[in-house]
Write a protein that binds this ligand. Structure first.
Ligand SMILES: Cc1ncc(COP(=O)(O)O)c(C=O)c1O
Length: 413
């Protein structure tokens, strides 16, 4: 049946979706009575799992307390959330700008970078996704941008840190970090770049985990050439890779951090830009020309506050770090066992298998996974199968999911 609404990112003819009616932990239920294993946290957002009773209670309680606000509104939950997020971001971060999602967070980070530096160019990488609105899409390097060009003037790109298929032809053991050097060179030649936007681990483009000195090198390049560094943590934030914010693993301080998705565990609509004082102080005496009608909506704010408390009290970030090796070993075993699997990669509870399959092979794999009721991401353009289970998953369920993937791969091999 054709629906009276658009399905996103696809042609409409033949497009379908799942009617999710409930769930519990890493499982969700559909209207046809099936129970699915959520190996994608819906869309990298349901890090707390499904049907969390505390989240539902907190949102209901907020609806009773205060449901309407305007951007200028001040209320205790808004202040408390901003303080908590700044503490998570670390020393030197002094202001939060709220948005409704990740694209808008990047959109507003572009605006702040332009206003703070007086420069207009932005640098990002080809294997990246930063959002669907025109500014964020201009940062996006992948296949979703070219059909919608012209993009923002001055949105320039560099090559990726893609160690399994190094774009510079380097062996991993002899790598001289040409990917970081290229960013340094591009910043030098372009001369007036306002900001560099990087996902700590590019997620949707195949889970490309950088070596430990990559981020420090990019930070140094930004400092050398007067560009700001923006960590796009929309997908990697809130425990996904075993850290509250994944860039923190490398001891680097960005100038801005963009967040959304798992900030509310997917239960609310909220994003944000966390802004270091280096940038924030610009706006003490210059107008911040940015704002949104639903800036810091009370229901989103309450969902985020409760989600942060649950991450902390249930130790979910530590849990993702602890389960990371089990996921990595499971994916490596699948790589060994299946002739079509080339590489396995991952960090924390974000992992990928790179597969030697054509479009038809990916379509057959998708069908085999659906039969086994596993929700995850297949990216034929990157030849990748990507998994990101809720952080509340246990080892036995993780292993169950990997077995289902193995059986599906065996069917298409
Ligand atoms: C790294 C990254 N940045 C930005 C976005 C855009 O976020 P949203 O879809 O909430 O606008 C996404 C969404 O997938 C993302 O993965």
């Amino acid at each position: 049946m054709s629906e009276p609404f658009f399905f996103t990112w696809s042609k409409q003819r033949g497009a379908t979706g799942l009617e999710i009616v409930g769930g519990e932990g890493p499982w969700f239920d559909t209207a046809d009575g099936a129970r699915w294993l959520d190996f994608g946290s819906l869309i990298y957002s349901a890090n707390l799992g499904h049907g969390h009773p505390r989240m539902i209670r907190a949102i209901k309680a907020q609806a009773d307390r205060l449901c309407l606000a305007m951007p200028q509104s001040v209320f205790p939950e808004k202040r408390a959330l901003a303080e908590k997020l700044l503490a998570l971001a670390g020393e030197g971060f002094t202001k939060v700008f709220f948005t409704l999602g990740g694209s808008e967070a990047n959109e507003n980070a572009i605006k702040m970078a332009r206003l703070a530096t007086g420069r207009f160019k932005v640098l990002s990488r080809y294997r990246s996704y930063h959002g669907a609105t025109m500014g964020a899409l201009s940062l996006t390097g992948d296949y979703r941008r070219p059909p919608l060009e012209p993009a923002l003037v001055g949105a320039i790109k560099a090559m990726d840190c893609y160690c399994d298929r190094c774009p510079f032809g380097q062996e991993v053991t002899r790598c001289a970090r040409e990917c970081a050097t290229q960013i340094d060179e591009v910043l030098r030649i372009e001369a007036n770049v306002a900001a560099v936007f990087l996902e700590p681990v590019p997620g949707a483009n195949g889970v490309l985990v950088p070596p430990d000195d990559y981020w420090p090198r990019v930070r140094a390049a930004c400092d050398r050439h007067g560009a700001l560094l923006v960590a796009d943590e929309v997908l990697t934030g809130f425990g996904r890779c075993g850290h509250w914010l994944t860039h923190q693993r490398w001891g680097v301080t960005p100038d801005m951090i963009t967040i959304s998705k798992a900030l509310t565990g997917g239960y609310g609509v909220l994003g944000a830009v966390l802004v270091h004082d280096r940038v924030a102080r610009t706006f003490e005496d210059h107008a911040l020309l940015a704002g949104l009608t639903q800036y810091a909506h009370p229901l989103g704010v309450a969902a985020a506050l409760e989600a942060l408390a649950i991450y902390e009290e249930e130790g979910l970030v530590e849990r993702a770090a602890r389960l990371g090796p089990a996921l990595a070993e499971g994916l490596a075993a699948l790589r060994e066992a299946h002739p079509r699997a080339r590489f396995s990669r991952g960090l924390g509870l974000l992992g990928a298998l790179e597969l030697d399959l054509d479009a038809d092979g990916f379509a057959r794999l998708g069908a085999a996974l659906r039969t086994r009721r596993v929700h995850l991401f297949l990216r034929p353009t990157d030849r990748a199968l990507i998994v990101a289970p809720p952080l509340c998953i246990d080892e036995a369920t993780l292993s169950d999911g990997l077995d289902r993937i193995g059986a599906a791969l065996a069917e298409v091999a």
